[in-house]
Ligand binder design. Structure first.
Ligand code: PHE
Length: 338
């Protein structure tokens, strides 16, 4: 074999190898191709091992250098291809794992308060505008504040109107989840200076199965006024002023006789728009003398009125929600409507 034909076939083998390397789509196929063109079975290595038989020493040297150079070139080409393949794979992963931030640019919503929170805050605003101060009490209450001090001593029949959830703490039955916001009346009377003009919003609890109009956890806002010379007329006037301030001037209120142990006389109040239906909102009445006394106030000197109503019910009416349970399912399709 002449040295020229050796050098020719080396050039051809290298060209074929380089072309094959360029077709490698991933590291595995590249390794296979590299082995095929520079491994023991490859044309280049076959040429290299045949050189020993050449008698022309000068020609053998030339061919030897050529084959070594070809093998080196092939190594470099393979290494270069490997780097390119790795870079492409990394780029692909980066692209597929990248967060699509344009989604957040397009919809710049930051969420909003729940409709019960909206109603709660509006109620506070309206009452603060009427001169009331806001108070809050604990959700876990004593039996005394929730019942006894509100003129419902142990075994009073009205206690059974409140499906009470008790807490395992202290004497059995002494601690409970408040069934209404009225116990905050007792705390405010005991702690605040007179006269008192307070509203007390908060979460309350009753042992109830959820349905379209009941939830075991709901919200109330309580009102309490204690001053000298307060009469039922002040109560009716306050309810009416609140109704117009909160719902609008086309709304009116009415009181219907009712019974609560902690108020005497007691009433229920309804509101309605100019031509709408009457909607029952809550209870109210003149604070019972026993309750004033439990709050440390002399009923011979001071009189007062109180009212309480459900916040969830108001949000439900306002937004025409058919089922109270929808308000607490946290389904975004519901929540985003308001
Ligand atoms: N606490 C009563 C209830 O939950 C409502 C009420 C409050 C009635 C204040 C009269 C006075 O039903």
């Amino acid at each position: 074999m002449s040295s020229e034909s050796n050098v020719d076939s080396i050039g051809q083998a290298l060209a074929a190898a380089t072309a094959a390397v360029a077709t490698a789509g991933d590291a595995d196929s590249l390794r296979r191709i590299a082995n095929e063109y520079s491994g023991k079975q490859s044309a280049l290595v076959a040429i290299k091992s045949s050189l020993g038989a050449m008698t022309d020493v000068e020609a053998r040297k030339v061919a030897g250098r050529a084959v070594n150079a070809a093998l080196q070139t092939l190594d470099a080409v393979v290494a270069e291809r490997l780097v390119a393949l790795e870079r492409a794979a990394a780029g692909h992963a980066a692209a597929s794992e990248a967060m699509d931030l344009t989604e957040h640019l397009a919809r710049r919503s930051r969420g909003h308060a729940h409709i019960v929170t909206q109603a709660w805050e509006r109620l506070e605003d309206v009452f603060v505008g009427m001169g009331f101060k806001v108070a809050e009490g604990p959700e876990v209450e004593t039996d005394f504040n929730n019942f006894t001090a509100l003129n419902m001593p142990p075994n009073h029949p009205a206690r059974s109107n409140f499906d009470t959830l008790f807490v395992k703490y202290g004497e059995p039955g002494s601690t409970l989840l408040r069934t209404h916001t009225s116990p905050v009346q007792i705390r405010v009377m005991q702690e605040w200076d007179l006269p008192i003009y307070a509203v007390m919003p908060g979460r309350v609890f009753r042992r109830d199965t959820p349905d379209a109009t009941h939830m075991p956890v709901f919200h109330q806002i309580e009102g309490l006024v204690v001053d000298k010379g307060i009469t039922f007329a002040h109560l009716a006037g306050t309810i009416e002023a609140f109704t117009k301030a909160f719902f609008g001037s086309e709304f009116t209120s009415r009181l219907r006789p009712s019974y609560f142990p902690f108020t005497e006389p007691s009433a229920e109040f309804d509101v309605r728009s100019a031509n709408g239906k009457w909607v029952e909102l809550g209870g109210c009445g003149m604070v019972h003398p026993n309750v004033l006394q439990a709050g440390g106030i002399d009923p011979e000197v001071y009189t007062g009125f109180a009212f309480g109503f459900g916040i969830d019910r108001m949000a439900k009416e306002r937004h025409e929600v058919a089922d109270l349970r929808d308000m607490y399912a946290n389904d975004l399709r519901f929540v985003r409507q308001f």
